[in-house]
Design a protein around this ligand. Structure first.
Ligand code: AHR
Length: 502
C-alpha cells in the first residue's frame, strides 16, 4: 500500500501570494466577469459584480495581477483615469480586436483589490511605454505629498495613495512585450526599475523582473547575470522576484491545443504529465538562480500558469474562453502542491486567469455565475496559505497511465498552521481508486479536524444549467488508527485531510 510519511520538520513558509490570480483586459475577464459598471442591472458595488467578488472572497484571494499579460505592454495608464466619458477608446489588438473603452483603470483596479481584500500586483509597460510613463504611474499610485501625479490622483477623487505591493517591469518581453533578446531586456530592466521609486520606505514595492518562457534557461542566465544586484541590502535591490510563465497545453501545436471537455484517457495522462513538468522547470531555473543568489534573496514568481485549451466552439477565438473539468482540478492540485514543495524560492504565482479566460475559477454568462472545479481546489488549498511546509514523502506509490503517457499515481504536499496539519493529495488515475496510509511520525495523537474532496469522472464539469456537477464534498473514506490514517482516494480526485492533536 502507498504510504505518505509526514515528519514534523518545518521547511519554510508557503507565501499566501503563491495562491494569487491574474486578470487581464482579455475577453470577458475584466469586463462582464469582474466589472459591469455602476449602471448595470447585475448587482454590483462601485461597478464590481457582487456575486463574483463574494465567491472570490471565499477562496481568500491573496493577490491580483493586472492589467496583463500582453495587454500590459500596450497599456497607457493615463488613458484609464479621469471622467469615464472622456477616457480614450482603443482597439485591443492582442485580444479579439475589440474596443477597449478604458472604463476599468487604475482606480477601478484598486477598488477591486479593496473589495477582495488582496494585495496588488501592477504590471508596467516596457514594450511600448517610456520610462517617464512608468515612473509617473508609480508616482500617481503611491506618492503621498505634493507632486504633479499625486495632485492628479487627488483631482480624480483619491486623496490617499494606494499600496502597490508588486510591480512587474514589462511582461513576456521575449515575445509580445517587444520581442527582445535577454541582454537587451536585462539592460532595459535595470533602467526602468530605477524609476520605480519607493516613495514610502514603510511600504516598499517589490519589483518583478521579466523572466523566461517555459524552458528558456539562457534567458534566466542572462537576466540574472546582468540584473542581479550583489550588494547586500536590507530592503529591496534591483529585483525582488523573477517571473516564469508556463502553460499546460495538451496538444502538440498552438493551432491544436486540444478540447477542454472532449478528451480521452491518453490525453488525460498527457495533460497531467505536462502539468508535472512545472517541477522540472522550477528546479532547473532555480539551479541557475542559485548560482547568483545562494542566499535566496530573490523569489520566483510563476505569474502565469494553468491549462490552455482550444477555446469553446462558437466563442471569439481572441477571448480564450474555455470550460473547466475535473482534469483542471487535478492540474491545479498538482501544480499547487509543486509550488508548496518549492516554497523556498516560489514566492508568488498567478493562475491564468481569474474569470472567463483560460483556467478560470469562475465563469459568467450574463447575470449567472458558476464556480469551476479549479475554484473548489483553490478553496480547499487556501489552508496552505501562510502555513509552514512540512517535510513529507510518498513510498510504495507507483505509476499510472496508458502505453503512451504515464504519471505518478499520487502527488502531495503537507503544511502546518496554527496547530493544524493540512494534507492535500491527488489521485491521478483516471479509473482506479487508491489506498493510502498517511503516517504522522512525531508520536503525538491526532484526530481529523476536517476532510474534503473534489472528485468525479475525468470529463465532468459545471454548466450554467447544472452548476453543481462538480463540488467540494465531505470526504469520509478514511479511518484513523493511532497515528496512521488509511484513506481510499477515488479516481480523478483532489483530497484534503486536516489533522489536529487530540
Ligand atoms: O494569459 C494569456 C496570455 O498568455 C498573456 O497575455 C501573455 O502574457 C501570455 O502569453
Amino acid at each position: 500500500m502507498a504510504k505518505l510519511v509526514i515528519n514534523n520538520r518545518q521547511c519554510g513558509k508557503i507565501e499566501p501570494e503563491v495562491y494569487g490570480h491574474f486578470s487581464e483586459h482579455l475577453g470577458r475577464c475584466i469586463y462582464e466577469g469582474l466589472y459591469v459598471g455602476e449602471n448595470s442591472d447585475i448587482p454590483n458595488v462601485n461597478g464590481m459584480r457582487t456575486d463574483v467578488v463574494s465567491a472570490l472572497r471565499e477562496i481568500d484571494v491573496p493577490l491580483l495581477r493586472w492589467p496583463g499579460g500582453c495587454f500590459a505592454d500596450e497599456y497607457h495608464w493615463m488613458d484609464g483615469i479621469g471622467p469615464k466619458e472622456s477616457r480614450k477608446k482603443m482597439i485591443n489588438t492582442h485580444w479579439g480586436g475589440v474596443v477597449e473603452d478604458n472604463s476599468f483603470g487604475t482606480h477601478e483596479f484598486m477598488e477591486l483589490c479593496r473589495q477582495l481584500g488582496c494585495k496588488t500586483y501592477v504590471n508596467g509597460n516596457v514594450g511600448s511605454g517610456t520610462v517617464q510613463e512608468m515612473s509617473e504611474w508609480v508616482e500617481y499610485m503611491t506618492f503621498n505629498g505634493v507632486s504633479p501625479m499625486a495632485d492628479l490622483r487627488k483631482k480624480n477623487g483619491h486623496e490617499e495613495p494606494w499600496k502597490v505591493d508588486y510591480f512587474g517591469v514589462g511582461n513576456e518581453n521575449w515575445g509580445c512585450g517587444g520581442n527582445m533578446t535577454p541582454e537587451y531586456y536585462a539592460n532595459l530592466y535595470r533602467r526602468y526599475q530605477t524609476y520605480v521609486r519607493n516613495y514610502d520606505p514603510e511600504k516598499p514595492i517589490k519589483k518583478i523582473c521579466g523572466g523566461p518562457n517555459v524552458n528558456d534557461y539562457h534567458w534566466t542566465e542572462e537576466v540574472m547575470r546582468v540584473c542581479f544586484d550583489h550588494t547586500p541590502k536590507e530592503a529591496h535591490g534591483f529585483m525582488d522576484l523573477l517571473s516564469l510563465h508556463y502553460y499546460t497545453v495538451p496538444g502538440d501545436t498552438w493551432e491544436k491545443k486540444g478540447s477542454a471537455t472532449d478528451f480521452d484517457e491518453d490525453v488525460w495522462y498527457k495533460t497531467l504529465g505536462k502539468a508535472l513538468y512545472m517541477e522540472e522547470l522550477i528546479k532547473r531555473h532555480c539551479a541557475i538562480i542559485d548560482l547568483y543568489d545562494p542566499q535566496k534573496r530573490i523569489g520566483l514568481s510563476v505569474d502565469e500558469w494553468g491549462n490552455w485549451f482550444d477555446c469553446e466552439p462558437g466563442t471569439n477565438p481572441g477571448f480564450l474562453y474555455q470550460q473547466n473539468t475535473i482534469r483542471d482540478a487535478l492540474v491545479a492540485g498538482v501544480t499547487l502542491n509543486i509550488f508548496n514543495k518549492h516554497c523556498d524560492r516560489v514566492r508568488l504565482a498567478c493562475i491564468a486567469q481569474m474569470v472567463n479566460v483560460l483556467q478560470a475559477v469562475i465563469l459568467t454568462e450574463g447575470e449567472k455565475m458558476i464556480k469551476t472545479p479549479t475554484y473548489h481546489v483553490f478553496h480547499m488549498y487556501r489552508h496552505h496559505q501562510g502555513a509552514q511546509l512540512l517535510d513529507s514523502y510518498l513510498t510504495d506509490s507507483g505509476f499510472t497511465g496508458t502505453k503512451e503517457h504515464t504519471v505518478p499515481e499520487l502527488n502531495e504536499s503537507v503544511s502546518e498552521k496554527d496547530g493544524v496539519i493540512t494534507v492535500t493529495v491527488n489521485n491521478l488515475s483516471a479509473t482506479e481508486s487508491k489506498e493510502l496510509e498517511i503516517v504522522l511520525t512525531d508520536g503525538a495523537k491526532y484526530e481529523v479536524k476536517e476532510a474534503r474532496v473534489v472528485a468525479g469522472g475525468m470529463k465532468d464539469y459545471n454548466t450554467f444549467e447544472q452548476p453543481e456537477v462538480v463540488q467540494e464534498k465531505e470526504f469520509t473514506a478514511y479511518k484513523l488508527e493511532g497515528n496512521t490514517c488509511k484513506a481510499t482516494l477515488p479516481a480523478c480526485s483532489v483530497t484534503e485531510i486536516r489533522f489536529v492533536k487530540s
